[in-house]
Design a protein around this ligand. Structure first.
Ligand code: ADP
Ligand code: MG
Length: 349
């Protein structure tokens, strides 16, 4: 899980990072390496320690134990302004009385960058987030998504090695959020800056990141590409938090799979067979059960099936040739679920 990268490629390295707030152990020993140019997500439920890790990297919080390295240099004892990072907060923290341009220039003014260079860099940062022409507006005259982009420009103008983003899309409605997910990714690619991104939204983490660290109770349970954590969750927690867990264990594992242990199959990998006597493929496992619930959702339908062998599985089927009338009629019906064996995997329990 903890792999070493060539020294000059490591943007952020955390070693044995811990943080206690009184009796609360917010971060309980985190080791992570984030490569230069990576779009890296810290994903986990509320209270799992993500923000505290981010604040320790930024220097707003000092660790109880462990170290923070940026670009191979130990910065654990350095003040925030001495670190080559910038943070974008969920509430944007823009100055309401300043124009967009002045908001973006502010950090450079503090650093006493000359006026002409300041202007040039601020305009370039605004261009990179596609806000040219908005220089003289005030934050109140912008939409939520535009404000978010000003906050981004204000961080990018400093050309940090690492940009820290704490739930940056949390305040946006779903549609805008989805648009900004795509845009943020493009901006990151163009700027070539390492993005370290905190979210509790598994879909957001999976769609945007190069790699994901899944947090639980102040610890990292798994680090991997989106496909790895989704297709091969290392623990029951990851299986349940990243997607639907769909566990087959105990008696059901013995009867249906012929083996001991706990196994998971993702909902979209299950095939719903209405003719119970129809043969299943050689490479398939199958189990019979009763449909307990049907949730029609336009493009797809979600079936909850109670297995005769015990336990319940969720099945996601695309609505290719059916209407909601057809699928809801299946509630209470007898079905067989079949899946290719290579889609069932053991997880540590
Ligand atoms: P996340 O960002 O994953 O929601 P946090 O890092 O904010 O989690 O919090 C982790 C834990 O530490 C929570 O139990 C939270 O209540 C606690 N915590 C965070 N900051 C403080 C603080 N300043 N004082 C006391 N407890 C804190
Ligand atoms: Mg948080």
């Amino acid at each position: 899980m903890f792999q070493l990268m060539p020294e000059n490629n490591v943007a952020v390295r955390l070693r044995g990072l811990r943080k206690n707030f009184g009796a609360v152990e917010a971060v309980a020993g985190v080791d992570l390496e984030i490569a230069d140019g990576e779009f890296f997500a810290m994903l986990g439920p509320s209270g799992s320690g993500k923000t505290t890790v981010l604040r320790m990297i930024a220097g707003f919080e000092s660790p109880t134990a462990g170290t923070v390295e940026l670009g191979g240099r130990d910065v654990t004892r350095l003040a925030p302004f001495e670190r080559d990072v910038n943070t974008v907060f969920q509430d944007y923290a823009l100055f309401p009385h300043m124009t967009v341009l002045n908001n973006v220039e502010y950090g450079l003014r503090v650093k006493k960058v000359a006026r002409a260079e300041r202007r040039e860099r601020a305009l370039e940062a605004l261009r990179s987030v596609r806000l040219s022409g908005f220089e003289n507006r005030r934050p109140a005259q912008l939409s939520g998504g535009q404000r978010q982009r000003v906050a981004l420009a204000r961080a990018l103008v400093n050309r940090p090695r690492v940009l820290l983003l704490d739930e940056p899309l949390g305040a946006l409605d779903l549609k805008l959020r989805e648009e900004m997910q795509v845009e943020l990714k493009e901006i990151q690619r163009q700027a070539g800056i390492t993005f370290l991104f905190v979210t509790h939204d598994q879909e957001e983490a999976l769609t945007m990141s190069d790699r994901v660290a899944v947090f639980n109770g102040g610890l990292v349970e798994q680090v991997g590409t989106p496909a790895e954590v989704y297709e091969r969750p290392a623990t029951p927690f990851v299986a349940g938090f990243v997607g639907t867990s769909n566990l087959i264990s105990g008696e059901a594992a013995r009867t249906v799979l012929g083996k001991e242990g706990t196994f998971s199959v993702r909902p979209e990998k299950l095939r719903l067979v209405l003719d119970l006597s129809a043969p299943v493929g050689d490479e398939e496992h199958s189990a019979t059960g009763t449909v307990a619930e049907v949730v029609y959702a336009g493009a797809a339908t979600r079936f909850v099936v109670d297995l005769d062998a015990g336990g319940r599985l969720i099945v996601l089927q695309q609505n290719l040739e059916v209407s909601s009338m057809d699928v809801t009629g299946l509630r209470g019906g007898r079905v067989r679920l079949a899946w290719n064996r290579r889609h069932e995997f053991a997880i540590a329990s």
